[in-house]
Design a protein around this ligand. Sequence first.
Ligand code: FPP
Length: 249
Amino acid sequence: MSDLSHIDLNNVPEHVAIIMDGNGRWAKSHGEDRLFGHSKGVDAVRETLKTATELKVKYLTLYAFSTENWNRPQKEVEGLMNLLVLSLSNEIDEMNQNGVRLKAIGNLKGLPEECQESLEDAIEKTKTNKDITLVLALNYSSKWEITEMVKTISNDLVQKEITEKDITDELISQHLTTKEIPDPELLIRTSGERRVSNFLLWQIAYSEFVFLDIFWPDFGRKQFIGAVYDYQNRERRFGLVSEQINIIE
Ligand code: FPP
């Protein structure tokens, strides 16, 4: 499916989150090294962002580096960080031309200095753009984020800035790194794995999941449109029964 004729443009998810998985296996299957797979992954990121903008998705969150990824061989970690710095500086002009605002979530202070600087620079230079927000999850893990939230809220409680009654679903959301971002309606994972891998655990409570049996470098416009089509053909009940949904509609 590569045209938009089957897509209801009034029912496109506002926020799509993606676990980009399979760069290494893609590289292996093409007789290349893992870093080559990651650089092909950047091409897929570019096409995905373009398609998201075309579909008028407002937030696109990409799991680019997890806290667990530090355990990979040093050469690969360094290669990924260099690729990030290079991609950010290469893409700033294009992001500005296409109305892309960049954000980042995760323990950013744990990234190499050079990465932090290029991220800050790209975030600053794109901050007034309004068409779409690209959120890069870097040195991110949901358990880290939830732990930080618990520390902050319990400290506020001890300092008597809040009482137990103030601890609500909304308060918790406001203390996560995604506080200004709506929860994703759609979560996509490539590579055939059917796991969430410590990604946005709180935020995906009601997300629809689409798992694709292709490696990330093979993900593009056609696959993105296909995933949105799949999403639009599901009934999102949020704990209600089908009849109630149909009445609401
Ligand atoms: C998963 O493939 C991919 C990653 C851990 C990194 C994703 C990074 C990119 C696409 C490039 C950099 C991104 C940006 C936004 C500039 P894998 O290595 O886990 O693949 P495997 O499971 O087959 O080994």
